[in-house]
Design a protein around this ligand. Structure first.
Ligand code: PMP
Length: 413
């Protein structure tokens, strides 16, 4: 159970917006930060700001110790075998690009195939388009059905011995669909393909175990899980990282540099050239502590309950079409919808006047929306600090939208 007063941990949520309490329903874009995380960031800059892996003095050693401890914390969050399997990046986007550049350029050849899905965020699509164009590889896509579930028969038909990589989101940022990653990975491995999972929307909201899922790469961002922006990670099995060439070249990723050639450190340092984002990577661990204190199982259960409530209440709005599966076991706390009377941008603008923050647009998933035959949707996304009162406010706001935009009944003469 999530304590009801968890909202009090998030100072931003005490604000008024247009004279109303701020109701934040855009955690799929970025989550809010608890006071403890904000304080930890200030403490870093006030007490031990120094570069890592270099200085032989107390605060540099403290910064290095905490930076490496945070790597261990991220490893623990997703049950990686060892901290060295976590490479810090800027974000999920950079994590996926790291794989596309470093692993992709060494392993993808003419005629090879990359299998993605039609529900991918642009982050897990555009890097593969770029890689495919450069290496002469082919991109193929698994479609989703009317409920927003992947067509697994088509998936099995598309897998073949030329498939080198399956790139797959764990949880859709639009439909909320939670994909059957473990089962899909088993099938991908049977044809010798590697599996990359975009965990941007899953790791903040449910327990994740990369060893149990048995995937090869898993990408995540700190900012969607109560942590700072500018920190993310790619996880991969150590043997894969060890065999991969570096991503960026520069300081700190080298063993020996000569004018014409260099040798590189072992993972993870081989992939972390230059001064990393020390503060945000360290403070990520405070966010993980916060989430683990509450419990990722409890967060998942809370969001499931809230999603069920939201779907039942939103279904009462005339002319609404709610996207994604109805089965709560197969979806997370992202509820996107389409209203027949108003464009999503108008919906979001009216809701903003009511103090409610939602996302409107294509949510970085244009092909998904094209597949649905719409150009945009409105998305309400929940996190541990949301409750049924927030859903009620959203529903009241949507009734306001409906009254404003519904064609009027015939004027009385
Ligand atoms: N994948 C998914 C499913 C996402 O929702 C997002 C964030 N909207 C990303 C990738 C990209 O994450 P980031 O912006 O942190 O790189």
């Amino acid at each position: 159970m999530i304590p009801r007063n968890v909202k009090d941990d998030f100072p931003i949520l005490r604000q008024k917006m247009h004279g109303k309490s701020l109701i934040y329903l855009d955690s799929a874009a970025t989550s809010q930060k608890p006071q403890g995380v904000i304080d930890a960031l200030v403490r870093y800059y006030q007490e031990y700001n120094a570069n890592v892996h270099r200085g032989i003095y107390h605060i540099a050693e403290e910064a290095t110790r905490r930076y490496e401890a945070s790597r261990g914390k991220v490893a623990g969050l997703i049950n990686a075998r060892r901290p060295e399997e976590i490479i810090f990046t800027r974000s999920t986007t950079e994590a996926i690009n790291l794989v596309a550049y470093a692993w992709g350029r060494a392993n993808m050849n003419e005629g090879d195939e990359i299998l993605a899905t039609e529900m991918e965020h642009h982050s897990n699509l555009v890097p593969w388009q770029m890689l495919a164009a450069e290496r002469g590889a082919k991109l193929k896509f698994v479609p989703f059905d009317g409920q927003g579930l992947l067509d697994l028969d088509v998936y099995e038909r598309l897998l073949n011995e030329r498939t080198k990589l399956v790139a797959l989101t764990h949880q859709s940022n639009v439909l909320g669909t939670i994909n059957p990653v473990k089962d899909m990975t088993r099938k991908a491995h049977a044809v010798g393909a590697k599996v990359l999972v975009d965990g941007a929307q899953s790791a903040p909201h449910m327990p994740v175990n990369v060893q149990d899922l048995d995937v090869d790469f898993f990408a995540l961002s700190a900012h969607k899980m109560c942590g700072p922006t500018g920190a993310g990670a790619i996880w991969a099995r150590y043997e894969i990282l060890d065999a991969m060439p570096p991503f960026h070249g520069g300081g700190e990723m080298i063993m020996l540099v000569q004018l014409d050639k260099s040798t590189y450190k072992e993972p993870p340092h081989k992939f972390e050239a230059g001064t990393p984002n020390i503060a945000d990577c360290i403070v990520w661990s405070d966010a993980i502590d916060y989430l683990q204190d509450i419990g990722l199982d409890a967060i998942r259960a809370h969001e499931k309950q809230l999603t069920a409530y939201a779907i039942s209440q939103l279904s009462e709005i005339p002319g609404i079409k709610i996207l994604g599966p109805r089965d709560l076991e197969r979806r997370g706390g992202v509820v996107s919808f389409h209203l027949d009377v108003a464009h999503p941008h108008d919906v979001a603008q009216v809701l903003d006047q009511e103090g409610i923050a939602v996302r409107a647009g294509h949510h970085c998933a244009q092909p998904l929306h094209r597949r649905l035959g719409i150009s945009a949707s409105t998305r309400a996304s929940f996190y541990l600090y949301n409750n049924e009162d927030d859903v009620d406010a959203l529903v009241r706001g949507l009734h306001v939208v409906h009254r404003m935009f519904s064609p009027r009944t015939a004027p009385v003469t």
